[in-house]
Write a protein that binds this ligand. Sequence first.
Ligand code: SF4
Length: 299
Amino acid sequence: MAELKNELTWSFSRDRLFKDCRRAYFYHYYASWGGWNKSSDEFCQKAYLLKNMRNVDIWVGDIIHQILKWVIENKKAGNHCGLDEALTKAKQMLMRTWEQSRSKLWQKNIKQNLNLFEHYYGPELSRDDLAFKMTKVTKSIRNFYSSELFSSLSNISQENFLAVDELDFFDFSGVRMFAIPDFALKSSGQYILYDWKTGKPTDKDVLQLSCYILYAENKWAVSSDKISVVPVYLAMDEVLFKPVVPVDQPKVREYIENSIFEMRSVLTDKETNKISIDNCPKTKNEWSCKKCRFREICL
Ligand code: SF4
């Protein structure tokens, strides 16, 4: 098998980490590279372990995403999964993965088992906090089932289900740009990309979703006027579909080009994507450190 190469790639989350803390970016994208291999050094394996850690909000969001993916894929195949079935599956998933983390099953297999920040660093979640998170999962799934989008899925032909939560990429000026649209469908000649949100609307959503337009243009070779992106805020009292007015595409391109330029500027060898920790200073933002997965190795 060809050897895996650590290449400079671009994604919205990579850009966010780069801007949030250069040192965390170094640990995530460079120091952890190869840490899945037992022959790698101890620091690299530790960085890999920490990179794969999830905090409780990301964990809850992942479960909601997985359930919706399962529901939609079944719809695409012509099967209907009832709300009760979806809720039961979500609860089982929560309990199974919580137990993986609590009993440190990740020590045997990091990728296959959840490692929760709250178990690793503490403090552990109280019963009330955990119950609240469970409510968020239940509410989000219920809200999805009560939406018009869900009702309309039965009337969509298979070929118009374009993508369901799959990691994809395209070439952007010689750099792989990654995107994971949660759900994309074609309707009356329009390409609609939905993004499940389990938090509240933020200013960053618009830029992130504008990047999806770039992805969709490349993926389906359509012009941006035929593409809409819709964040769906699932955990509100009522599900909220809030179509965004995207940032102009030349501005999105310029943003990404600048971001790639900055990421390249911290490399010591641009050809081989080599970096030095000295080019990656620590953030001064204490709040970022408090919730950072890498704080154990960030001395
Ligand atoms: S602990 Fe703070 S400085 Fe260190 S990597 Fe994390 S966010 Fe950055």
